[in-house]
Design a protein around this ligand. Structure first.
Ligand SMILES: Nc1ncnc2c1ncn2[C@@H]1O[C@H](COP(=O)(O)OP(=O)(O)OP(=O)(O)O)[C@@H](O)[C@H]1O
Length: 251
């Protein structure tokens, strides 16, 4: 079996008496969408923050492409190729679509002189940004102000911004949230194709999307992973059905 790109080993995190992550093991392998599901407050965002570097685990390790990145900053992990989309939009609404993508590419470059450069005339940055916009299907909208995009298109733009990093893995926190049927379908098509470019760790409440997209699913309940498996395995898992999918135990 191929080595995982992300390898989470024994990660623990407590907030006071609350164990938000309890000895979590999880891998993300090349080419896969690995969905992380669980009820509200189960600890999904806490885990993704520890993977991305926003929170330091109390114990355990985060290995990225075989390297221990547990003590690296978010920015350092991003430069190594952890691409991320957020629950809350990180886009600049008054900027154009292209400007947002260029800002993403600029951040990926980690250029300390960025405020002094006429960035919108930087051919490399523009090319990088346009490739990302084409990948997500927003190339026709590059001149539009971001505030004029639909909610779904903003989600696509967030993916484009993450793509400018040339990520080795994507961490996505509820990308389908608030999307209508058409927006969800479009984003699902996009994610479906993206997994070949970089595997995706996907936090998502939309179970139709999870069951349609995921190669593997891990189920988090009260800070613990209670099951990891394929869609069929998770659907059939008795503990998962009782704890999360809301079904009664057989009498
Ligand atoms: N900074 C913090 N300080 C204290 N408690 C926190 C902090 N962050 C999260 N928690 C608590 O940790 C638990 C896990 O929260 P987390 O946001 O990771 O869950 P989640 O599975 O992402 O939930 P949701 O699906 O609602 O986004 C919750 O009980 C939450 O209240």
């Amino acid at each position: 079996m191929t080595d995982p790109i992300l390898d989470i080993r024994g990660v623990c995190k407590a907030f006071g008496a609350l164990q938000a992550s309890q000895d979590i093991d999880l891998t993300v392998r090349p080419g896969e969408i690995h969905a992380l599901i669980g009820p509200n407050g189960a600890g999904k965002s806490t885990l993704i923050q520890q993977i991305a570097g926003g929170l330091r685990p109390d114990a355990g390790r985060v290995l990225f492409d075989g390297c221990d990145v547990t003590s690296l900053s978010t920015a350092a992990r991003a430069r190594l190729g952890m691409g991320r989309t957020f629950q809350i939009s990180s886009l600049a609404m008054d900027y154009t679509v292209l400007q947002n993508a260029v800002l993403g590419a600029l951040g990926a470059r980690g250029d300390v002189f960025r405020f002094f450069r006429p960035v919108m005339r930087d051919a490399d940055l523009l090319a990088q940004a346009r490739v990302a916009l084409t990948t997500v299907g927003l190339d026709e909208f590059e001149a539009l102000r971001t505030s004029e995009l639909s909610h779904g298109q903003r989600r696509q733009l967030e993916v484009a911004v993450a793509l400018t990093l040339s990520p080795r893995v994507f961490l996505m926190d509820e990308p389908m949230a608030g999307l209508g049927a058409e927006g969800s379908r479009r984003l699902m098509d996009l994610l479906d194709g993206l997994r070949a470019e970089a595997p995706i760790l996907l936090i998502e409440h939309d179970m139709d999307a999870v069951f349609a997209l995921a190669d593997r699913i891990s189920v988090l309940v009260y800070g613990q992973i209670i099951a990891t498996g394929t869609v069929d395995e998770i659907r059939a898992n008795r503990d998962v059905r009782t704890a999360y999918l809301g079904e009664e135990e057989d009498a």
